[in-house]
Design a protein around this ligand. Structure first.
Ligand code: FDA
Length: 316
């Protein structure tokens, strides 16, 4: 928890993040978690994953845009990404963040843009996924998700196991028969609305897993378990088997470059696996969240910086 708080504090220090941003792609350590800065690079990574039997979800990194022009650019970029995923016959979809579509400025503009993207995907027989951001956005995200899903029926929503409210939100969403991505939650939330400790969050993750799988037996959800925690994955597999749910009726999702051993394991067990593939120039906040999740990732970054300066010293 201490490391996590420290990283969240650090992530707000502009000079630190600017420095990391300068170093990250140049020195390669960001590439472990980010598929590149351009769409072309990310599509290359997606094609490779598809040949390994994975599905993909492409995410153009960025959040909290502050002008309508920037939101429009993101929206157009996502529609282009949908077209490219389709043209290249990749198995998968795109993941969007509503604050990238101007949610902070104008909710209705954001809804219109999310709708445009869903419509474009639906026209190609494709789906889209919506990330869930900090708790200040939960209600409005649900609202926009519900209206777009009601109209097109091709949307997936991420829900967070650390929030007390999620069980009730799922009861409300069941009527729309959506795909639901269950995550633990990546933001820092206060204890009046969210579980704080790992055992509590894990306990709720397992409970919600069962709720989703039971819903799936009634045709209410297509559950997607987005986690790198082997205990959560094993629980989902055991519960699916107990409920007699066939392998293709739920999936696992993991992030690009993280726990590739577990990715291989669930795939080898015959489960569907979708990899979330982030790309783009604005990768620093995403990268900092990944660092905050695991102290070992800091060593990974430090090692690549030290290796580089060691190589420079030798060359000099
Ligand atoms: P947990 O953090 O308990 O870690 C369990 C184990 O997984 C660790 O011991 C380690 O082995 C491994 N691990 C976890 N994180 C790692 C990392 N960064 N590097 C290396 N190993 C790591 N969140 C959110 O709030 N909104 C969203 O929309 C999404 N979307 C999303 C999509 C997908 C496909 C995934 C996998 C995750 C998200 N998340 C998210 C992030 C999620 O909320 C959560 O922060 C991370 O997945 C970490 O939680 P785990 O379930 O992996 O377990």
């Amino acid at each position: 928890m201490l490391v996590r708080n420290f990283v969240f504090w650090l992530a707000k220090k502009r000079r630190v993040t600017d420095w990391i941003a300068r170093q990250g792609m140049q020195r390669g350590f960001a590439r472990r978690f980010v598929a590149g800065e351009s769409l072309e690079e990310a599509l290359g990574a997606c094609a490779e994953l598809c040949t390994q039997g994975r599905n993909i979800s492409l995410n153009h990194l960025g959040e909290n845009v502050t002008t309508e022009a920037a939101a429009r650019e993101v929206c157009d970029g996502y529609m282009h990404a949908v077209d490219e995923v389709h043209a290249k016959q990749l198995r998968g979809n795109i993941s969007i963040k509503l604050t990238q579509l101007g949610l902070d400025m104008d909710k209705e503009m954001c809804r219109r843009m999310a709708r445009e993207i869903a419509a474009r995907a639906a026209g190609l027989g494709r789906t889209i996924e919506m990330d869930m951001e900090g708790s200040g956005y939960t209600d409005v995200t649900l609202d926009i998700f519900e209206s777009v899903q009601r109209e097109f029926g091709n949307c997936c929503l991420a829900v967070q196991a650390y929030l007390y409210r999620t069980e009730k939100d799922l009861q409300r969403l069941a009527a729309l028969k959506p795909k639901i991505r269950l995550v633990k939650g990546a933001y820092r939330e206060p204890k009046n609305i969210a579980y704080q400790t790992k055992p509590e969050v894990d306990g709720n993750y397992k409970k919600l897993t069962t709720q989703l799988l039971e819903g799936a037996t009634r045709g209410e959800f297509f559950p997607a378990f987005a986690t790198h925690d082997p205990a959560m994955a094993a629980h989902a597999q055991a519960e699916a088997a107990r409920l007699g749910l066939a392998k293709g009726r739920y999936e696992f999702q993991m992030l690009y470059g993280i726990r590739r051993d577990l990715q291989e394991q669930v795939y080898a067990a015959g489960d569907l696996l979708q990899v979330y593939v982030p790309f783009g120039a604005d990768w620093c906040p995403y990268f900092m969240r990944r660092l905050s999740e695991r102290p070992a990732n800091w060593w990974f970054v430090l090692r690549s910086l030290l290796a580089e300066s060691g190589a420079k010293r030798q060359a000099a």
